[in-house]
Write a protein that binds this ligand. Structure first.
Ligand code: HEM
Length: 447
């Protein structure tokens, strides 16, 4: 497989660190849809073809584990939760958690999305007369934390939000730092950074264990996701999950369901502001379907354009911009042999900007997601939620939440870029605008 030797990779290290996305895009341009990277004894292969992606995520998924640098780093936070576990444990847990994401449960999402967003928009009202810009990224982080907190624990995390948000962000920041500085000091040493990381983890643990203890004392686990996890029983053994396993699953859902949605929404607002035609069409759709009435999940099928806008934003700025696997046994891909232990890299960001599947890839065109246009594309050319058995368990949750938020915002506001602030995508755990996304507010204008 063509690609970079260890020496070439080392020569490009600065670029890899400072412009990871650009570097990956260039590699595909130079070497084609399979690119190998030699990093010391490790061979990594970037797979940028829908058939290859399908092979790894779906057809031969059992041969690919999550024992990779990316997921091992994440598991220092999430333990053996659904996102990072493998094999029998993963399979059992996935079966136990699936009912928490069933259709009727998702249909009730509006009951906590709508009030949380309305509160945020009421707060925005106070900014209107001042013309002051707001950091949309920060506001989306807050509101999505509040929403996932309600879904998980039926409590309003907004009072604890500053402490919890900062704990979540500190833990994520730590693993990004480690990924970018592979020769930094190991986690067990009491450096300032490591101590901060451990304190943040303790904050998260305490929050979850306290809630579990309170429910055990009350003799009622509750009907939210935490309650479902506490009540779940293994089909064969009849055993409940260990407390540690419940903690791992809860933290996983908190981490996976928070920043991802926030990042996607932030980029959606950025793209809408840069494409006033699309923004106008979205506003018109929302006003003609809803008028001034608050949306419910039942309205969402009548807001297709709003859904396509979100899908197109996920194409251009997929929050999970990198998906990794380790090959367990030897395998073949497009006539090439992959040795056991090969690190597989899939990049939704690169794949979803590949002209062979996405003509004029840089353009924001929500029409790409009209059903007829979608049918014309290979399924695995679009993987913002991954695919196969490990497909994101929260993909419908995220889409419903986002469509509701976009509709609620469009009913009242129009966001414009703050011309003083440049927007630079930073691929961290998700892709975030460096320094935030600063935008000014005006009232929405349906035609
Ligand atoms: C898995 C993306 C929202 C929970 C994944 C994967 C991707 C992804 C790409 C697969 C990773 C892999 O195969 O290596 C996203 C994006 C989201 C989002 C882009 C928002 C726009 C959510 C939400 C939740 C969630 C809202 C929960 C409330 C999970 C979990 C997994 C997962 C638990 C692991 C599933 C498994 O392996 O069985 N997500 N996600 N995600 N996601 Fe999401």
């Amino acid at each position: 497989i063509p690609g970079l030797t260890s020496r070439q990779l080392l020569g490009q290290l600065r670029r890899v660190q400072s412009d990871t996305l650009g570097f990956l895009m260039d590699c595909v341009q130079t070497y084609g849809d399979l690119v190998s990277f030699q990093a010391g004894p490790t061979t990594a292969v970037l797979v940028n073809q829908p058939e290859g992606v399908r092979h790894i995520l779906q057809d031969n998924a059992r041969n690919y584990s999550k024992d990779t640098v990316q997921y091992n780093a994440l598991s220092t936070i999430t333990g053996r939760g659904l996102l990072t576990s493998d094999g029998d444990l993963w399979f059992r847990q996935r079966r136990l958690e699936q009912p928490a994401f069933s259709r009727p449960r998702l249909a009730a999402l509006d009951t906590f999305v709508v009030p949380a967003v309305q509160r945020l928009l009421d707060h925005w009202e106070t900014h209107l007369p001042t013309g002051q810009s707001i950091d949309v990224d920060q506001h989306m982080m807050q509101v999505t934390l509040e929403i996932v907190g309600k879904a998980l624990f039926s409590i309003d995390l907004s009072s604890q939000a500053p402490a919890l948000t900062s704990a979540v962000l500190t833990t994520l920041d730590h693993i990004v730092h480690r990924a970018r500085n592979p020769i930094s000091l190991p986690d067990f040493l009491p450096t300032r950074r490591n101590l901060r990381f451990r304190a943040a983890l303790s904050t998260l643990d305490a929050a979850v264990y306290d809630l579990m203890a309170a429910r055990q004392e009350a003799g009622d686990p509750g009907e939210d996701m935490l309650g479902m996890l506490m009540k779940a029983r293994d089909e064969e053994t009849g055993q409940p999950m260990s407390e540690r396993q419940v903690r791992d699953e809860v933290i996983t859902l908190l981490i996976a369901g928070h920043e991802t949605v926030a990042s996607a929404l932030t980029w959606t607002f950025h793209l809408l502001a840069a494409n006033p035609g699309a923004r106008q069409r979205l506003e018109n759709e929302v006003h003609s379907v809803l008028g001034g009435r608050l949306p419910t999940t039942a309205d969402l099928p009548n807001l297709p354009y709003t859904g396509w806008v979100f899908s197109e934003a996920l194409r251009l700025y997929p929050p999970a911009w990198l998906i990794t696997r380790k090959a367990l046994a030897e395998d073949q891909i497009s006539g090439h042999t992959l040795a056991p232990g090969t690190l597989i890299i899939l990049s939704p960001y690169v794949l979803q900007r590949t002209p062979a599947y996405w003509p004029e890839p840089e353009r924001f065109l929500p029409e790409r997601f009209e059903p007829s246009a979608e049918k014309a594309r290979p399924r695995y050319a679009y993987i913002p939620f991954g695919g196969g058995p490990r497909l994101c368990i929260g993909s419908n949750f995220a889409q419903i939440e986002a469509q509701l938020i976009l509709a609620l915002v469009a009913q009242r506001f129009r966001l414009d870029p703050d011309p003083r602030a440049a927007v630079i995508p930073d691929p961290l755990v998700t892709i975030r605008p460096r320094g935030g996304l600063h935008m000014t507010l005006a009232r929405s204008h349906p035609e």
